[in-house]
Design a protein. Structure first.
Length: 521
């Protein structure tokens, strides 16, 4: 689409300065460098905003949205803007105005009895974790691998967290939303003034709207409820290691049975050898050759790190006796697979923050930045990371077949194949194919982009669609959802036209464009 009108942007910024204060309107190149896709070569600026504006209240945000609507200026919103791997703080439309909600970072409630919190969008996982800990609340928070992102932004992206409320994306409940006309809406029970169950009951009297504001561009979320769980007596980390690539089939089928009967909860992840190696080491520690890492080297990495070809990362949480019972069941089930070893370590929630392994800490609900190093497989500190993440049934044989196809395509592009299966529910998983690159190397970066384009298309042909996509692939990923001659797209476009007729909110998010910018227009 064409870039936004510069005169309109300039007028809008003058008016926004009067709303938020000039110091909260950033429009100098040095200031904006923090708000681009951090994993793109510095000479690329496809997703750089014209300016970043930083409101501190809902009222300021409402005024900004009204100004943008009047002038027809496109906005893009982030909460913390740490969406690294998917475009970071970059905007889908180059030259849009980014609204950064980092200053709206109050934790409004933590309720130990009903086990929930109510937060503003700028609140990070680390901030909420620390507030729970410092307030002496006996609660746990389901967190993602990297804790500097926001509870709201990550959840709105269908972000994956690993404790029980991460399963089926159960944690968010009840939102407050600024609409494109500047009005304020509360979803669910929050629609009733003074309602006491806003962040406790997931439905509404009528259609439930929370989902409508997730991975969409229909509103800007300014408050969100998030469910927490009571601290358990015991956390147990099962160490399940398999030695053969083909074991994926039985591992996944066994996992499904144990998730369906409730033995395993949360979002267990099954990491391939290279999937683990990226979190602990660099490629050059193992191999310096061009092209994909040979199988013999993968076997050596698996043996030296003690992770085989596959290792699970998950935990069992609960009363000690219950955890023992579940672990015994899990050990018998996985132990029946030839060559698979099963061990386990326990800790109490008090011990969790001092665990040596960052991966264990995450499944114990302790966020940090330690796992960010997985982007550095090729480029070290200049390492970029981009995933291709189709949703797959939680069934071993089709998952193995799909990974065989994906591996062939990735290796044809000369890249290392590393995948992680995240069982987001008992029936389906997100099969993350991670691609790392040195973003100082433009050609290598371009090669990864091309490879992902191929993966989206080829997997689409096989009946697999992505759960989330980088700014560069949102349109392509959305194109795969074409059933009924794009009936889904036409429906969400009709909603877009109705709730945001000027098309100012995050144009192009998830491939949803305002009428004026649609390819056919
Ligand atoms: C090495 C590595 C590991 C990662 N591990 C994980 C992981 O374990 N789990 C996971 O989920 N992700 C993971 N990611 C991806 C990503 O970095 C995180 O999800 C990150 O938390 C997202 O940033 P954020 O929370 O600040 O969201 P933001 O950047 O603030 O928001 C993300 C998007 O949501 C929308 N949005 C944000 N706020 C609002 C709002 N208030 N109203 C309306 N729309 C809004 C916007 O479209 C925005 O672009 C990983 C990335 C890397 C590189």
């Amino acid at each position: 689409m064409s870039e936004p009108d510069e005169a309109a942007i300039s007028t809008a910024l003058d008016r926004i300065r009067a709303i938020v204060g000039a110091e909260h309107v950033l429009d100098q190149p040095a200031e904006l460098s923090e708000y681009r896709d951090p994993f793109q070569p510095t000479v690329w600026d496809d997703y750089t905003p014209a300016a970043v504006v930083r409101p501190e209240s809902v009222e300021q945000l409402q005024e900004i949205v009204r100004v943008a609507g009047e002038l027809g200026v496109p906005l893009w919103t982030h909460s913390q803007g740490r969406n690294n791997g998917y475009g970071g703080a970059g905007t889908r439309t180059k030259g849009a105005i980014t609204i950064s909600l980092r200053r709206m970072n109050r934790i409004l409630e933590i309720d130990s009895e009903l086990c929930y919190a109510l937060v503003e969008p700028g609140v990070s996982w680390i901030q909420l974790y620390e507030a729970i800990r410092d307030g002496g609340h006996p609660l746990m928070l389901s967190v993602p691998d990297i804790g500097w992102g926001s509870v709201v932004g990550n959840s709105l992206e269908y972000g994956i967290t690993y404790l029980p409320h991460g399963q089926d994306f159960m944690a968010p409940c009840g939102m407050e939303v600024v609409l494109a006309n500047g009005e304020l809406l509360r979803t669910g029970m929050g629609a009733q003034p003074g309602n006491r169950s806003w962040n406790l009951y997931r439905r509404s009297f009528g259609p439930s709207l929370d989902q409508l504001f997730m991975q969409s561009n229909f509103g800007i979320v300014t408050k969100m409820g998030i469910w927490l769980q009571p601290q358990p007596e015991t956390i147990l980390f099962p160490r399940i290691v398999a030695q053969r690539e083909r074991d994926l089939v039985e591992l996944i089928d066994t996992l499904r049975v144990l998730m369906l009967d409730g033995t395993i909860s949360g979002v267990p992840t099954l990491l391939s050898t290279l999937g683990v190696a990226t979190t602990l080491t660099k490629r050059s520690d193992w191999y310096d050759g061009d092209g994909p890492i040979p199988d013999a080297v993968i076997d050596r990495i698996g043996a030296e790190l003690g992770v085989g070809r596959w290792i699970f990362r998950t935990a069992l949480w609960g009363d000690d006796a219950l955890v023992d019972h579940r672990f015994d069941k899990l050990r018998r089930a996985f132990g029946a697979i030839p060559g698979v070893s099963v061990a386990g370590d326990k800790c109490s929630p008090d011990e969790a923050p001092s665990l040596a392994s960052a991966a264990d800490r995450v499944v114990a609900g302790v966020p940090s930045l330690d796992l960010a190093q997985m982007a550095g497989w090729y480029g070290g500190e200049h390492g970029g990371h981009m995933s291709f993440s189709p949703v797959v049934p939680l069934q071993g044989a089709p998952m193995y077949e799909l990974n065989t196809v994906l591996r062939r395509l990735v290796e044809q592009a000369g890249l290392d194949y590393m995948n992680i299966v995240m069982a987001t529910g008992a029936r389906s998983a997100v099969n993350v194919v991670g691609n790392s690159f040195d973003f100082d190397d433009e050609q290598a970066t371009r090669n990864v982009y091309e490879s992902i384009r191929t993966l989206v298309t080829e997997a689409g042909r096989l009946g697999y669609g992505e759960y989330r996509a980088h700014l560069s692939f949102m349109d392509l990923a959305a194109d795969q959802y074409s059933w009924g001659d794009h009936a889904y797209r036409r429906f969400v476009e009709r909603i877009k036209d109705a709730v945001d007729p000027a098309g100012i909110l995050s144009p192009g998010k998830q491939g949803i464009w305002p009428a004026a910018n649609r390819p056919a227009a």
